[in-house]
Design a protein around this ligand. Structure first.
Ligand code: FAD
Ligand code: DHB
Length: 390
């Protein structure tokens, strides 16, 4: 088998890249280790930047997003028993609440409607020859070995994928921080506690009231890394969430049986560069941010924006200049989002080793943020998404 671009991974990065290439007339095959049902079962991000929505429009998959997504023009910060709104109006932009699961579902439907090949349950995917002119990908499926010759390989296979792991250690630099807590998340079919998202900093730890729709809520509480989902029956989870919210939000909270519950560790991670010969990394394969501020999925989309343009120029027009600029261009935006996610995480969580000074500084920063138009605007412009370079 032969294609122009072999895409490893059918998460949002791989599927969106496939769709953009397909519309530009560039041939791509996607290889995914899991089944489609497994990919759709992962409950993850829920907030889309305007630039992500624009890219989904360009990919022709934004119809349901526009019909069902909820535009949000601000967030609320809760601390010291009160809530303070940070509006996005001065940025001229807003975000859209629409789940990663739904984005993935829309992309899968668009791909299924085209003639493009997607191989699910591809085992032992291996990358070969990307340091030369003729890269290849091999895998096993249905008891047989398969091989795909290609011009480029797009590594869109997430943090634990094979693409980054295939790069010789001496050719890659990594930067990492693991945070001393995780997020315990619950999804339930109840109306959200408020019209906008609430990020709470409380002596018991961080809490977030988010949503997927007007009838589906997503809640998170900061938890210890040693905690297990089994330790958290629904009643205990909602008692803990209520205890971390201001009085009005606590009494407005509608509880119901959870339909998903999971614990995610928090990490900042960047691998540099994002290109190795004919292998290009995008999304979680190259970087991870802690979820505070909802940047992970948006960053995957912004990588794909640059990557799709670079691959179209190389494959269709024979112009490799954009591929040459890909890593440097992506990383400038990536590092700013890594910085914002680290800063917002540090501001909103209780750190076991903060000390009294650290605690006082955190309180002063929160107070400054809600009292200074300039500070609030800096949060807002990062939250709605920084501009793209063209
Ligand atoms: P992924 O979504 O990880 O997709 C990679 C795909 O590659 C997967 O389908 C995987 O099965 C496949 N794959 C892996 N290895 C191989 C292989 N060897 N061969 C073939 N295929 C392979 N972001 C937010 O903004 N807010 C959140 O609340 C949030 N919560 C999260 C919770 C969890 C538990 C995780 C892990 C992430 C969360 N994120 C969140 C981050 C966000 O979901 C990711 O940034 C986003 O999924 C990145 O998309 P991606 O396509 O790059 O990677
Ligand atoms: C969600 C996750 C986030 O990290 C965030 O900042 C906002 C919303 C969510 O899953 O809904």
């Amino acid at each position: 088998m032969r294609t122009q671009v072999a895409i490893i991974g059918a998460g949002p990065a791989g599927l969106l890249l496939g769709q953009l290439l397909q519309r530009a007339g560039v041939d791509a095959v996607i290889l995914e280790r899991q089944t489609p049902e497994y990919v759709l079962g992962r409950i993850r991000a829920g907030v889309l930047e305007q630039g992500t929505v624009a890219l989904l429009e360009e990919a022709g998959v934004a119809e349901r997003l526009h019909a069902e997504g909820l535009p949000h023009a601000g967030i609320e910060l809760a601390f010291g028993g009160r809530r303070h709104r940070i509006g996005f109006e001065a940025t001229g932009a807003h975000v859209t609440v629409y789940g990663q699961t739904e984005v993935t579902r829309d992309l899968m439907a668009a791909r299924a409607a085209s003639a493009a090949t997607t191989v699910y349950e591809a085992a032992d995917v291996a990358l070969h020859g990307f340091d030369g002119e003729r890269p290849r990908v091999t895998w096993r499926a249905g008891g047989h070995s398969h091989e795909l010759a290609c011009d480029w390989i797009a590594g869109c296979d997430g943090y634990h994928g094979v693409s980054r792991a295939s790069v010789p250690a001496g050719a890659i630099s990594t930067y990492e921080r693991v945070y001393p807590f995780g997020w315990l998340g619950v999804l339930c079919d109840t109306p959200p506690v408020s019209d906008e998202l609430i990020y709470a900093n409380h002596p018991r730890g961080f809490a977030l009231c988010s949503m997927r729709s007007r009838t589906r809520s997503r809640y998170y509480v900061q938890c210890g890394l040693e905690q297990k989902v089994e330790d958290w029956p629904d009643g205990r989870f909602f008692d803990e969430l209520r205890a971390r919210l201001d009085g009005a939000a606590a009494s407005a909270l509608v509880t119901g049986p959870s339909i998903e519950k999971s614990i995610a560790p928090l990490r900042s991670f960047v691998a540099e560069p994002m290109r190795f010969g004919r292998l290009l990394l995008a999304g979680d394969a190259a970087h991870i941010v802690p979820p505070t501020g909802a940047k992970g999925l948006n960053l995957a989309a912004s990588d794909v924006r640059y990557l799709s343009r670079a691959l179209v120029a190389a494959c269709r027009d024979g112009d490799p200049a954009e591929v040459d600029r890909y890593s440097e261009r992506c990383l400038r935006r990536v590092w700013k989002a890594v910085r914002f996610s680290w800063w917002f995480t540090t501001l909103m969580h209780r750190f076991p080793d903060a000390g009294e000074l650290g605690q006082k500084l955190q309180e002063a920063e929160l107070d400054y943020l809600v009292g200074s138009r300039a500070a609030a605007l800096a949060l807002a412009e990062n939250y709605v998404g920084l501009p793209f370079e063209d």
